[in-house]
Ligand binder design. Structure first.
Ligand code: CTP
Ligand code: MG
Length: 235
């Protein structure tokens, strides 16, 4: 059972801006290609993935779309790839990406392009769970730090770590369920992941094991992770 992917590359990379000379992180060059291409390639190589919608900032849509078209033509010809303009919030970009899916598409994976190290095995775990009938699936990792709740600089509670997980993307959904969750949430409910919308709807969200290397490039101190993936410089 095939799924489409919505690849989110429409953020502004604010937290990284000072270290990236203002270049949005999804467009940082990695081995000669834009950063988002790294994640896209993992999805393009995954047999379960039928096509990909890449969401770009509206101002970059034309330029980035043209480069994407050229990259696809030379490296993954035959993989259906569409583009969509992003929105103000991440969830607005997701909604725009969902609107661009072909009408027959019933299942979708939503992935942050800022997680370039996603691998086909992880994509397969999420896609398989969807194929088995789960309607909302997220990859998770155990929390290794002790997590405390604070108010200002004062601790107010320590949470039981064994009941907590850290959440990654790709998150997988039945398209109708996710669209319904967006409708239920309305315009003012802001979330940091898509599964939260499904939880808000009162529907079950299932987990599969995440991958420790599937980190998100967020802050300047994450940049060396990208450098370490490049081939060694030729002397
Ligand atoms: N994203 C998006 N549309 C937005 C905001 C975020 O498509 N309006 C995407 C980003 O491009 C990224 C992913 O969502 O791939 C995760 O967001 P985050 O790591 O927060 O990236 P940015 O929003 O770009 O960074 P920042 O929050 O530092 O501005
Ligand atoms: Mg952000």
């Amino acid at each position: 059972m095939s799924v489409w992917t919505v690849l989110l590359a429409a953020g502004s990379g604010t937290r990284l801006a000072a270290a990236s000379c203002g270049v949005k992180k999804q467009f940082l060059r990695l081995d000669g290609r834009p950063l988002y291409w790294r994640a896209l390639t993992a999805f393009a190589r995954c047999p379960a993935v039928a096509g990909i919608v890449v969401v770009f900032p509206p101002d970059d849509l034309e330029t980035a779309g043209a480069e994407l078209e050229a990259l696809i033509a030379t490296r993954h010809p035959g993989v259906p790839v569409l583009t969509a303009p992003g929105g103000a919030r991440r969830q607005d970009s997701v909604r725009n990406g969902l609107a661009a899916l072909p009408p027959h598409c019933r299942r979708v994976l939503v992935h942050d392009a800022a997680r370039p190290f996603v691998d086909p095995a992880l994509i397969g775990r999420v896609a398989d769970a969807l194929a088995q009938g789960k309607r909302a699936v997220i990859p998770v990792l155990p929390v290794t730090d002790t997590i405390k709740e604070v108010s200002g600089d004062t601790v107010v509670a320590t949470h039981d770590r064994s009941a907590l997980v850290a959440v990654q993307t790709p998150q997988g959904f039945d398209v109708a369920l996710l669209l319904g969750a967006f409708e239920h949430a309305g315009e003012t409910f802001t979330v940091t992941d898509d599964a939260s919308l499904v939880e808000h709807l009162g529907q079950a969200v299932h987990t599969v094991p995440g991958a420790p290397e599937n980190v998100k490039i967020t802050n300047p101190e994450d940049l060396p992770l990208l450098a370490s993936t490049l081939p060694p410089a030729v002397p």
